[in-house]
Design a protein around this ligand. Structure first.
Ligand code: FES
Length: 323
């Protein structure tokens, strides 16, 4: 595996299990030193034992330069990554992590930022709210969860909201007496036309978001998924040409491009293998990809300049990649 560099070993400085089904981990260097900087919306890769590597958004404020804080929702039916972090990790343990990367960055624009979070999708948006407040830029955070007990970071968010000068927080609890579900339509309708919208949550919320933001400039609509929505392209029957060596690799039925390259002994970067992290992005020099990822925007897909080789395929007989 050539997962992107897990080149830091950090200590679990603190564990917080107060939220039902969610564990907060505060990761720091053993010597308490500074870590590589990050912007709001960034994530890190975390080695999770035999389950491999998972991505987690950083939720702490980017100016807290000595820590990376992540929130891990326990997925009972998952592949074991969240279970590892919930059940096997203790304060003082060491975890291997990557440097932060960001596919969900705040746009530098004085227009208001409307942050929309569902469930554990709060993590990157909470970092964004803190960054916007620190920069004196206007923001709103709309956070929906089933109940207060299941709303990660709620204590921190409510304390922050009480003293915020540039933004406000709206909370929605769908499974409590007198509570309500977030009305995405009305949140988006009320957003100023020039606002930047950011959304992170489960698939139903993101599908609804996609519909509700229609008519707004694509450059002002941003989202991040933590679940893939599409099947990988595995029809095969095409050839991948590696431009730097001229080598040709056949992609057979049942294989992705990544499978075929691994089978041929070609080392490439990847992490999630699901089309959500962006780590396997490769420049396309010739050919038409069959995009199946949740990373590229519509414009980027149309441009066909890059593709995610872990899940996307080819619409023709040949792809030439910058590898
Ligand atoms: S490995 Fe994550 S998008 Fe391909």
């Amino acid at each position: 595996m050539q997962a992107s560099g897990l080149d830091m070993e950090l200590r679990v400085h603190a564990v917080d299990d107060r939220t039902s089904g969610v564990r907060l981990l505060d990761l720091r260097r053993a010597d308490g030193g500074l870590l590589p900087t990050f912007d709001a919306g960034s994530h890190i890769d975390v080695a999770v034992g035999e389950a491999g590597v998972r991505q987690y958004s950083l939720f702490n404020a980017p100016d807290q330069a000595d820590r990376y804080c992540i929130a891990v929702a326990l997925k009972e039916q998952g592949r074991g990554g969240s279970r590892f972090l919930h059940e096997r990790v203790r304060t003082g343990d060491a975890l291997r992590v990557s440097a932060p990367r960001n596919h969900f960055a705040l746009v530098s624009d004085p227009a208001p930022s409307i942050l929309i979070a569902g469930g554990i999708g709060i993590t990157p948006l909470w970092a964004m709210a803190q960054a916007l407040e620190a920069q004196g830029r206007p923001w709103e955070l709309h956070y929906g969860a089933r109940s207060r007990e299941e709303a990660a970071l709620l204590v921190q968010i409510e304390a922050f909201a009480a003293s915020a000068r540039h933004g406000r927080v709206c909370l929605y609890f769908s499974r409590v007496a007198g509570g309500c579900r977030m009305d995405l339509h009305s949140v988006i309708r009320r957003a100023p036309p020039q606002a930047h919208l950011y959304c992170c949550g489960g698939t139903p919320m993101l599908e609804d978001y996609k519909v509700r933001v229609q008519g707004r400039p694509v450059s002002h609509v941003h989202s991040e998924r933590f679940q893939s929505t599409q099947e990988a392209a595995s029809a095969g029957g095409y050839v991948v040409v590696l431009a730097r060596s001229g080598r040709q690799v056949e992609v057979s039925p049942g294989q992705t491009v990544l499978d075929a390259l691994e089978g041929a002994g070609v080392q490439v970067d990847y992490t999630c293998r699901e089309g959500i992290c962006g780590d396997c992005e490769v420049a396309v020099l010739e050919g038409t990809p069959d995009h199946r990822d949740d990373v590229l925007t519509e414009d980027e897909r149309a441009a066909n300049a890059t593709m995610m080789i872990c899940c996307s395929g080819c619409k023709g007989a040949r792809l030439v990649l910058d590898l």
